[in-house]
Each structure stands twice: as structure tokens, then as C-alpha cells.
Design a protein around this ligand. Structure first.
Ligand code: DGT
Ligand code: MG
Length: 404
């Protein structure tokens, strides 16, 4: 029995963008449980419930020590009845029945497997499940029509469901840098997403590209894509105008340079570690793969190098020397760069909370393009992330502390 006087009480501000959340999470069991319920809600098209669980998990991620008693949570924000019930179950019984039964449920398992295909969202997965498709085998047998992204997603399913390491992200950074500088000297490449926040693994690698002279970035994306494609680095790519958030951008009219904001969703063909460093490594790989010149003894000598092929369902070549990796490229004009950098660094919840803070507390609209002040009816300029936090009346939080 814990004496009340010994219980550590916690206190955190209510918006995640007011808090410092490092990767040092003292409540992994609790946050994993709440994140699983969030994921299940999101996959079931219940976004409101999903956000509630994400916010609750984020509060626990920001605590300086493990939670040991419910009484410690008194007064903490964002912990609704449902989340508190889950936390209580885990503190008392080491597990939550709801979390365990969700994890075991056929529907959740099927949604996970199907949305694990690049290009497949919860709506498509739900439709397939209603047609009796619960796994990749059934999908392949069903004759369902797949778009180009989904075909690529299915083909590289195992690779794309294996976490990308920091070393792989660094190797891809070098390739992207070479591509960008070759087609536009002086252009800059920044690693964003989870890796910028200091994560050691990720589901993809995110880049933001700009040029210090406004306007020079126009037309850059197709050239970069052409360079990468001609060097054999791309297994799939689709370039789109970025339309994310613009709809919700509020009263401010979208700025005229918005249509310059381009995004390329791609799948890279990354040579495995022992193959990297060889100039035009991928082309070498291709030749070697096609002539199948590798011997069994190579496999024995270097068992780890073939770990990517394990459980290969849809793409079974025996000894590939490369793996598929999801890579996102975004090009931004320098005038919007700070907003784009802040918007693409994440975490997703941190971003959502920044926008909620801006709207609810400051009557401002924040996007990856701009910050609009509704009271002054004007856009606020910023050349750095620090300036954006200052406009928002927030203490600056560095990327490594945005892991909400
Ligand atoms: P990961 O890749 O699973 O390790 O985790 P993150 O944090 O890198 O997440 P990711 O790659 O999905 O997205 C990176 C950040 O970019 C994320 O925090 C929010 C933002 N983001 C994602 N998709 C979009 C989009 O379509 N438009 C904009 N403006 N931002 C996006
Ligand atoms: Mg990412």
C-alpha cells in the first residue's frame, strides 16, 4: 500500500505543443495500449475517438517517471474516462481486456494486414473485408483491382513493413542530396519526419527540398525524379501537388505560390549495406541479380545480410542485394520553408496540437505553407521555426522534444 504522501504527483500543460516530449518514454506499456486503441479507432473511421486516445497517450509520454498509482493522474489533462479505465486495468491487472481482445480480433488483424499495403487506406480495407478478404493470399486470389500504388505496395509488402533504420535513412539522404545537387546546384535537402526528431527507425524517410533563391525551386521535382529514375533508384513514384490542409486553411486565401508545393511519394531501391559505396551500386546489383551469381557460401558467411527476405510472401527472390524503402520528397519555396519544415517534422499529434493551439488560443490558422492571423487579417512571415513558435506565443520546442 502506497502512502499518499509518497505519491509523485504529475503536472503537464494541456496542449502537446506546450510540452517537451523526448523519446525517453517512462510509460511504454500504457502508451502502447492507448496507441493500439487509437489505431483501432482510426482504422474503424472513428477519428474523434482516435485523437482522444492519442492525446491521452501523449500526456503519459511527457511524464518524467512511470505511473504507479491512479492517484498520480489527478488533474492531468486529456485523460478521459475510457483512457483512465484502460490505465487502471493495466496498473491493477498488468493488462487491459479491451486492448487484448482488440489485438486478437479478426477484424483488427485483417485491417492491419490490408492497410499494411502501401496505397491501401481503411476504407479500401473495410470494403475488402466485407467481401471476405482478410489476408494477402485472399486478396491475390480475389482478382480485386489494384491501382499502381497498391500493386507496388503488394509487391514490396515485406520490405515496406520492415522498419527503416537510421543508417538506411543516411544512405538515402546521400542519394537524394546527389540527385538534387546534380539537377540544381545550391539547392538544399533536409531530413524531416521522425528521423529529424531523433528516432532510430521509421516507416519511411521524409525529405524537404528548397533553394535559397525564391523561385529557383520551380520545376525541381520532375528533374530530381528523372535523375533518380535514370540511375535506377526508383521502384515506384507518384508526384502530386500537395493538397493537404489547404482546405482547412481557414479564411486566408491560399497564397499564389501554393501550387509550387510538390510532393513525391516513392519507393526506393536501396542497395544493402555491404553493396553501398559502390558507385551506381543499384545498377551493379541489378546485373548481379539477373545473372544470379551468388553462391550458398556467401549466404552462410553473412547471415544478417539476408534478413530482409524472411517471410517474403509476394516477392520471393532468394538473395536480393537491395530492399525497398518508402521515401517522401517535398519541394518548398524558401519563403514557406520554415512552415514546411515545422509541418513535416511531426510528430503527427504535435502538428495537430500546434494547429489546435493556433486556432483555439490565438485565432490564427497554421499550415505547412503559412501562418494567418485572423484578428489582424494578415499572414505572419517567418524565416525559422523559432519565429513561428514566437508568433504563436509558445516556448520553442526543438525537434527532439516533439515526440508527442
Ligand atoms: P514514421 O515515418 O512512422 O517513423 O513517423 P513520422 O513522424 O516520420 O511520420 P510520417 O512519415 O507519416 O510523417 C512525417 C510528418 O509529416 C508527420 O509528422 C506529419 C507530416 N505529414 C505527413 N503527411 C503529410 C501531408 O500529407 N502533408 C503535410 N503537410 N504534412 C504531412
Ligand atoms: Mg516518416
Amino acid at each position: 500500500q502506497i502512502n499518499e504522501a509518497e505519491v509523485v504527483l504529475f503536472s503537464v500543460p494541456s496542449y502537446a505543443c506546450q510540452r517537451r516530449t523526448t523519446l525517453d518514454n517512462h510509460n511504454v506499456t500504457l502508451t502502447d495500449a492507448l496507441s493500439l486503441l487509437a489505431e483501432n479507432a482510426e482504422l474503424s473511421d472513428e477519428d474523434g475517438r482516435g485523437v482522444a486516445f492519442r492525446r491521452a497517450a501523449a500526456v503519459l509520454k511527457a511524464l518524467p517517471a512511470p505511473v504507479t498509482a491512479m492517484s498520480q493522474l489527478t488533474g492531468l489533462p486529456c485523460l478521459g474516462d475510457h483512457s483512465l479505465r484502460v490505465i487502471k486495468d493495466i496498473l491493477e491487472n498488468e493488462a487491459s481486456d479491451e486492448v487484448e481482445s482488440t489485438k486478437q480480433s479478426d477484424r483488427f488483424k485483417a485491417l492491419k494486414v490490408l492497410t499494411g499495403i502501401f496505397g491501401v487506406g481503411s476504407k479500401t480495407a473495410d470494403r475488402w473485408i466485407r467481401d471476405g478478404i482478410h489476408n494477402l493470399h485472399q486478396l491475390q486470389e480475389s482478382g480485386a483491382t489494384l491501382n499502381r500504388a497498391q500493386q507496388a505496395g503488394l509487391e514490396h509488402y515485406d520490405d515496406l513493413n520492415q522498419q527503416v533504420t537510421k543508417a538506411e535513412a543516411d544512405a538515402i539522404t546521400e542519394i537524394v542530396q546527389e540527385a538534387v545537387v546534380s539537377v540544381l546546384p545550391g539547392a538544399q535537402v533536409v531530413l524531416t519526419g521522425g528521423f529529424r526528431r531523433g528516432k532510430q527507425t521509421g516507416h519511411d524517410v521524409d525529405f524537404l527540398i528548397t533553394h535559397p533563391e525564391e523561385g529557383r525551386e520551380v520545376g525541381l521535382m520532375p528533374k530530381v525524379v528523372f535523375w533518380l529514375e535514370s540511375q535506377g533508384f526508383l521502384l515506384y513514384q507518384k508526384t502530386t501537388r500537395n493538397s493537404y490542409l489547404e482546405v482547412k486553411d481557414g479564411p486566408g486565401r491560399p497564397s499564389s505560390n501554393m501550387d509550387r508545393f510538390e510532393r513525391c511519394l516513392s519507393i526506393f531501391k536501396l542497395a544493402k549495406k555491404e553493396e553501398r559505396g559502390i558507385k551506381v551500386a543499384v545498377n551493379t546489383v541489378k546485373t548481379r541479380d539477373s545473372v544470379r551469381d551468388h553462391t550458398q557460401s556467401e549466404t552462410d558467411q553473412n547471415p544478417q545480410s539476408h534478413s530482409y527476405e524472411r517471410h517474403e510472401l509476394t516477392n520471393p527472390p532468394a538473395h536480393r542485394r537491395w530492399r525497398a524503402v518508402r521515401v517522401d520528397l517535398v519541394v518548398s519555396p524558401i519563403s514557406q520553408f520554415a512552415f514546411a519544415l515545422l509541418g513535416w517534422t511531426g510528430s503527427k499529434l504535435f502538428e495537430r496540437e500546434l494547429r489546435r493551439w493556433a486556432g483555439h488560443e490565438k485565432a490564427m490558422s497554421l499550415s505547412s505553407h503559412a501562418l494567418y492571423d485572423n484578428k489582424q487579417s494578415r499572414y505572419l512571415r517567418a524565416a525559422s521555426e523559432e519565429e513561428i513558435f514566437a508568433h504563436l506565443g509558445l516556448e520553442y520546442i526543438p525537434p527532439s522534444e516533439r515526440n508527442a
